[in-house]
Design a protein around this ligand. Structure first.
Ligand SMILES: C[S@@+](CC[C@H](N)C(=O)[O-])C[C@H]1O[C@@H](n2cnc3c(N)ncnc32)[C@H](O)[C@@H]1O
Length: 292
């Protein structure tokens, strides 16, 4: 019989080490959310100018471990450059994860390039261990945003933020910015993933946590967390960041802070819309839409 660590001994700690090896020590079905963000960014190419085979092999193994240690209904969140996410996504399907959303994170600014269109987005996959919506957690009410225009039929709690998130990158001068990590996850994205996919007291694992964004946001949201990284300097930085007093998230989704404005809705608009989608589709929310 395999020996696993006592999960309670690992909680709410940064672990200086290899993420995959730590995952192997975790007991089966003990984690509610895993966030995978490997070092695979747009400008990360190996010596031959191709895919990082070693990182991709590690990711394949991490996906297998994720399947083992996630609870039924648990959430897998995974992101990397668009060059790598198609392969990672395919591997996750191989392990039986169910795709729920492909989020497009539109980072509202960045470095320009001369030889192609400048990179301004990152793909984030949310997949579940369990197919039916009754099997997994989705706390939509915790992540709703204000409507652009007021309407009597609005959900008073706000609208679904959709799958394109316009969220600022972490500014180079922000106190939460770790210079050694490219493409640091903005806290607002971490907050939306964690709030929607977990409940207070749940356990979140980030086996490549870098500057500590996922563990720190998990902590602020009263979840348990485990953060692993092979870069001890990143973990020093993450520890200081965790201990600093909270003075707001390091990033912003401008739609989340907008104030709904009045609009002269016509009945015709509603009727047209109602006819355009299937009435009885439980997946559809008729009045939940936006025009940015
Ligand atoms: C893209 S960064 C993660 C950034 C993080 N999400 C954040 O918001 O700061 C990838 C991280 O993976 C770490 N890493 C690479 N190989 C690793 C391994 N085998 N085990 C643990 N961490 C690893 C790197 O040190 C780096 O910090």
């Amino acid at each position: 019989m395999e020996q696993y660590a006592d999960i309670d001994q690992l909680l709410d700690q940064f672990i200086d080490g290899d993420g995959l090896e730590t995952m192997k020590e975790i007991p089966p079905a003990s984690i509610d959310l895993i966030f995978l963000h490997p070092p695979l960014q747009n400008t990360d190419w190996d010596d031959k100018g191709g895919y990082h085979e070693d990182v991709m092999i590690m990711m394949y193994d991490m996906l297998g471990e994720s399947n083992r240690i996630l609870k039924n209904g648990g959430a897998l969140w995974m992101t990397a450059s668009w060059k790598y996410t198609p392969l990672l996504y395919t591997h996750a399907l191989d392990f039986g994860f169910h795709p729920q959303n492909e989020i497009i994170w539109h980072s509202t600014k960045g470095i320009g390039t001369r030889w192609r269109f400048s990179y301004r987005h990152q793909t984030i996959h949310w997949m579940s261990k369990g197919k039916d919506h009754k099997d997994y957690t989705f706390n939509l009410d915790d992540v709703r945003i204000p409507y652009k225009y007021k309407s009597e039929s609005d959900n008073p709690k706000g609208m679904n933020p959709g799958d394109v998130w316009h969220v600022s990158s972490v500014h180079g001068n922000s106190h939460s910015r770790y210079p050694g990590v490219r493409s640091q996850i903005p806290e607002v994205i971490a907050m939306r993933a964690i709030s929607s996919s977990t409940n207070k007291g749940d356990v979140i694992l980030d086996p490549m946590c870098g500057s500590g964004t996922i563990p720190i946001v998990a902590d602020r949201l009263e979840r348990h967390w485990i953060g692993v990284d092979i870069d001890p300097k990143a973990l020093d930085f993450a520890t200081k960041r965790l201990d600093a007093p909270f003075d707001g998230w390091d990033s912003v989704d401008i739609r989340a802070n907008r104030i709904s404005t009045d609009r002269d809705w016509t009945v015709g608009t509603r009727v047209e819309l109602r006819g355009a989608i299937r009435q009885n589709d439980p997946e559809m929310d008729l009045f939940d839409y936006d025009d940015e």
